[in-house]
Ligand binder design. Structure first.
Ligand code: NOJ
Length: 729
């Protein structure tokens, strides 16, 4: 439809019809089996159901075709309904959870993964996904850290950008792509105390320099939508926050697409104490520029009256509705309302999608310890022990359209790789302690003690038989994701007990940790000879893990988040500000900024990860020691694979602005490149440093760089390398 026809359509619509384009209702209104992803608020009225412009949580060609047919027939202008879904890290073929994708440090893999997700979801009739989540996360207590790509603005920017590109392709009309939604705008990851939905307090410079960056970068790729966040920022709920939505999002970032609230977030402004009632909440959300109200019912109950009484202008309403109609038009829905809904074919998992997923898994695994080259595994007697050894639940709570039966477990992959006589499997213990609260409610394990006594005895036997034990431990999939904040970052006690029991057998121990968040791994690392983070790896989890265990692929994942010594260090991040009394390198000393009972930094820092081979960073150099605003400097290093195996390494560039009008972090990631090298091979890696990369929110409240000295590290992790120096004139 051309612009004129779209405007003519808008002019012909009644106020009620217009308002309803801005209303999103749960898919459960159309189909009982729909996924409910928020608090239900009772049935919606018939007229709302007939006219609401979009819905979420349903997929599948047959179901959607039926719903769309009925809807279009009954709609006065036959405007198609838009179907949205949380396709977060996979639709049918499930990739590693976003935190695992962050660990790949490989935007190309992430882009290809998003493209595959789009193809699968589009073939199931989905028009838009609520992804990427560009929230910066420094707090492991917040369970949604699993849905982020980590604690760093540059890493998050690259990943969110790659996801938008992958989901949307070049043209949304192409039936292989779907609309992306950058969320949760803004700073949802900074919830106080790591408690989900909680208030955030952020200075403007921290907000702009760190928290807003990835949203801003992703928006440059024209995502169709942005979603508001649940939290308040500095006293104003994001969903009613004009500064965030009007000034920054629309004016500064130039976002032209549809702004959608999170589930119920418009109505929740009443609980926040920011709106009096539904009508007031609808008014405040409209004034802040929220186009679609996801499932709070405030727009459907009050917006028409707000327009009729002049509290919301017709022009404001029309602008919002036009953005929604434009999105439908960009998706080609007016020409083909059944886009992607094909009665015969739905998405299928293919050899190709499995291969992509397996590669992503292998690239996401982070090897933290490998004492005396415990890994790769030898072809001797190996016992796979633990609640993750043969567990199909390798995907997160957000991968609800992926089916468990398609998942390959670690044990299934072992059966393919080893002589069955040389391996054994044992559950070892229950996943959880006797009573545990999860995102899906309280879990009580019946017969807990009896079961665990039996499981552990079997496991000890298997360990005694083996030469090496591969402990498959971790958090349950329902312990990370939405509403899964925790104040303990330890493994369930029963799993730690199992590990201690197995240790007593004296066998070599490789510990695999399946998790959606950083955990406290002090005790685990002491008990293990090798330790590897596997995240929530998805459909091809078993195969990807096995490729690395066997040394078919050398591990190359890097931590996208700091793993703390203790939960007491949270929130924890590598790019902290200096203090006037820095802790001496030699350890804590009186009256310095130190903990009496712990290191300041992480047990395993951001950017850290081992490989089976060795990489030497030879002669890091800067092309010049001085730079004017219009010049650039290149930072070079030659990287040589001095080990015996092919491998990939992420070369990281960090910068510190030494003196400035507002203090700058001790170091900040400025760029990174992942390269692959054969044994003996070397490659020169160069990073261009320009003035733009040195800008920050100055004491004058301007986004500028300041002349002076800068330090540069070209290195292997956020804690590694020797600084070089240059001056900006
Ligand atoms: C609530 C979550 O916060 C958001 O991430 C999700 O996209 C929506 N519900 C829709 O399911």
């Amino acid at each position: 439809m051309d612009k004129k026809a779209l405007e003519a359509l808008l002019n012909d619509m009644s106020t009620e019809e217009k308002v309803m384009q801005l209303v999103q209702i749960p898919g459960s209104e159309y189909e009982a089996s729909a996924e409910i992803t928020g608090i239900e608020r009772g049935q919606v009225k018939d007229n709302v159901k007939k006219l609401a412009g979009s819905t979420l949580g349903i997929w599948g060609s047959k179901r959607l075709k039926k719903i769309q047919e009925k809807y279009i027939k009954e709609h006065p202008h036959h405007i198609p309904l838009m179907f949205m879904l949380d396709v977060i890290h996979g639709h049918k073929t499930v990739l590693p959870c976003p935190l695992g994708q962050g660990a790949t440090f490989d935007p190309d893999t992430v882009r290809k993964g998003a493209e595959m997700q789009a193809q699968e979801a589009a073939a199931d009739g989905v028009h838009a996904t609520f992804s990427p989540m560009a929230d910066l996360c420094r707090d492991a207590r917040w369970g949604r850290i699993m849905e982020s790509t980590g604690e760093d603005k540059i890493l998050n920017s690259r990943m969110a950008t790659a996801m938008v590109e992958g989901y949307q392709g070049d043209d949304l009309k192409d039936r292989n792509y779907i609309a992306a939604c950058v969320k949760h705008y803004a700073a949802y990851g900074a919830a106080e105390g790591g408690r989900d939905y909680n208030n955030t307090e952020l200075s403007e410079h921290t907000l702009r320099e760190h928290y807003l960056r990835a949203y801003g970068e992703a928006i440059k790729k024209n995502p169709a939508m942005v979603m508001t966040s649940f939290n308040s920022i500095n006293g104003i709920p994001a969903t009613g926050n004009k500064f965030l939505m009007k000034k920054i999002l629309r004016e500064e970032f130039g976002f032209k697409g549809v702004l959608i609230s999170d589930w119920g977030a418009v109505g929740e402004m009443i609980n926040h104490g920011f709106a009096e009632d539904q009508r007031d909440a609808a008014l405040k959300a409209m004034m802040a520029g929220v186009d679609i109200d996801m499932c709070s019912g405030c727009y459907s109950s009050s917006l028409e009256d707000l327009v009729n009484t002049g509290a919301v202008s017709v022009q404001m309403l029309d602008e919002a509705v036009l953005r929604v109609l434009n999105m439908k038009n960009d998706l080609g829905l007016f020409e083909d309302p059944y886009r992607g809904i094909d009665m015969d074919a739905g998405p299928v998992i293919t050899g190709e999608s499995r291969a992509l997923a397996k590669e992503a898994v292998a690239a996401s695994l982070v090897l933290l310890e490998n004492k005396e080259n415990t890994l790769p595994l030898r072809k001797e007697k190996n016992a796979f022990i633990g609640p993750y050894a043969n567990n199909k639940k390798l995907q997160s709570s957000w991968a609800f359209s992926g089916e468990d039966e398609n998942t390959v477990t670690v044990w299934e992959a072992a059966l393919e790789a080893f002589d069955p006589e040389s391996i054994k499997v044992s559950t070892g213990c229950t996943m959880l302690d006797q009573d545990t609260m999860t995102a899906r409610g309280k879990r009580h394990v019946d017969n807990w003690e009896v079961e665990n006594t039996k499981f552990m005895a079997e496991a000890v036997k298997a360990a005694e038989w083996a030469d090496t034990v591969i402990m498959c431990l971790g958090e349950d999939f329902a312990q990370s994701g939405e509403a899964t904040s925790k104040v303990s970052l330890k493994l369930p006690a029963v799993q730690l007990k199992l590990l201690n029991e197995i240790k007593k057998t004296g066998k070599r121990i490789v510990t695999l940790i399946f998790t959606g968040r950083p955990l406290e791994l002090n005790e685990v690392r002491e008990l293990s000879d090798a330790l590897m983070i596997c995240w929530l790896p998805g459909t091809e989890g078993g195969h990807g893990v096995m490729d690395v265990l066997l040394g078919k692929v050398s591990p190359s994942g890097r931590l996208p988040v700091s793993f703390p010594y203790t939960v007491g260090q949270e929130p924890l991040h590598y790019d902290m500000y200096p203090t006037g009394r820095p802790r001496p390198e030699t350890g804590p000393s009186a009256f310095t900024s130190s903990y009496l009972d712990c290191e300041n930094g992480a047990l395993y820092p951001f950017g850290y990860g081992l490989s089976y081979t060795l990489f030497e960073f030879i002669n890091p150099t800067l092309s010049a020691q001085k730079m004017s605003g219009s010049e650039t400097i290149t930072a070079y290093v030659t990287v040589r694979n001095t080990g015996a195996m092919k491998g990939s390494v992420t070369v990281q560039l960090y910068i510190r602005d030494v003196t400035s009008s507002r203090v700058r972090p001790v170091r900040e990631l400025a760029d990174f490149k992942k390269i692959s090298l054969d044994p003996g091979a070397e490659e020169e890696v160069g990073f261009i440093i320009n003035e733009e990369m040195l800008r920050f929110w100055t004491a004058e409240e301007k986004w500028e760089s300041e002349a002076g000295k800068f330090l540069v590290w070209i290195c292997n992790s956020s804690r590694d390398g020797q600084p070089l120096e240059f001056k900006l004139a």
